[in-house]
Design a protein around this ligand. Structure first.
Ligand code: XMP
Length: 319
């Protein structure tokens, strides 16, 4: 794979030259693009790079620890890593907020506040690294139609941080090239092939008000679903798949007891561009095992539904 070798080597030496003795800041989301951009910079300038990872308490199960294992002090790279455990802050802001766009705005704004505070502590920064990739470059040049959902991602930070220059080492790469560069850089496969995960995280996979308890339910249900999808070797072939928590409770029975608990919805889609998508056909046995594990292992759930709607008319996420 000579082309990626040479991209990686060239990019590292270009970044080293550009940054000189400057200070570099990166908002790390744990997603593929920001991870690859961060590692490139770490290889180029080492400890001149500081990565800030905001754990908003809306990540998937164990995700914060997985990101820390790769980028933190125990990991293979030489960089400064700051993990901000901001769960309580986000849950407090989200208490009793039910409207999807309000939730998105709150999570996006709070994310920026937390990041700003960290950036201030770090002090004068010369460069802000962004994981912008070629499709983002093209998309931002097109006139956007009506806003269906207000998007949040780490690319939205430049207005809020003081720095001299943005660096975007991946701006000429397509997604598959970014993944190959990631592998070339030694980033673990589970990060490189990570499925897309929205900035507002589980906040938009919990219908209605977010609570710590609901986050626990959706995290546990989602972890089981992903495990069963991986066991059936379906993971690489799907565009996106996850569990969401409906705001519906219904009556069930457990032993001799009546229960009145939440329904979890499982989703799986195939898509080429995430603008449209079709529901993927997951074998009944796989869904059956996932469903029975979820009701047995996750307290607070007594029913599991599968969402077989395409986009349109549904969207991929629930909010
Ligand atoms: P929808 O739900 O609009 O999602 O069909 C399309 C794709 O976009 C992802 N998504 C987001 N990604 N910030 C992101 O970075 C966001 O606010 C956001 N909202 C949705 C979603 O996971 C799917 O891949």
């Amino acid at each position: 794979n000579w082309r990626m070798d040479s991209f990686v080597e060239t990019a590292i030496s270009q970044m080293r030259k550009k940054v000189g003795s400057g200070k570099v800041l990166c908002a790390l989301s744990g997603g593929v693009d920001s991870s690859v951009a961060a590692v490139l910079l770490a290889k180029a300038v080492g400890k001149q790079l500081t990565c800030v990872f905001v754990d908003h308490g809306l990540l998937r199960k164990n995700e914060g620890d997985e990101v820390e294992a790769v980028f933190g002090p125990e990991g293979p790279y030489d960089l400064n890593f700051i993990r901000v455990n901001a769960q309580e802050r986000f849950y407090a802001k989200l208490a009793d907020v039910e409207e999807p766009e309000k939730k998105r705005k709150i999570i996006g704004e709070e994310f920026i506040r937390v990041f700003e505070e960290e950036a201030k502590k770090i002090g004068a920064v010369d460069f802000l690294v962004q994981g912008t990739i070629y499709p983002d470059v093209i998309e931002s040049g097109l006139g956007k139609s009506a806003v269906i959902k207000s998007h949040h991602n780490v690319g939205g930070l430049p207005d809020y941080v003081d720095f001299k220059e943005i660096i975007e080492p991946l701006r000429l790469l397509f997604k598959d090239e970014v993944r190959r560069a990631g592998l070339e850089l030694g980033i673990p496969e589970h990060l490189v092939y990570r499925q897309p995960f929205p900035g507002p995280g589980l906040g938009i996979r919990i219908i209605g008000a977010v609570t710590a308890e609901k986050v626990r339910i959706v995290q546990d249900a989602d972890a089981i679903y992903r495990e069963e999808i991986a066991k059936a070797r379906l993971d690489k072939g799907l565009g996106q798949y996850f569990a969401a928590l409906t705001n519906m409770r219904s009556v069930g029975v457990m032993g001799d007891e009546r229960t009145y608990d939440y329904a979890v919805a499982l989703r799986a889609v195939n898509t080429s561009d995430f603008m449209t998508a079709e529901a993927a056909q997951i074998p009944w046995e796989v869904l059956g095992v996932a469903a029975s594990r979820i009701v047995n292992e996750v307290r607070g759930v007594n029913r599991v539904l599968f969402d077989c709607t395409g986009k349109p008319p549904a969207t991929i996420e629930f909010e």
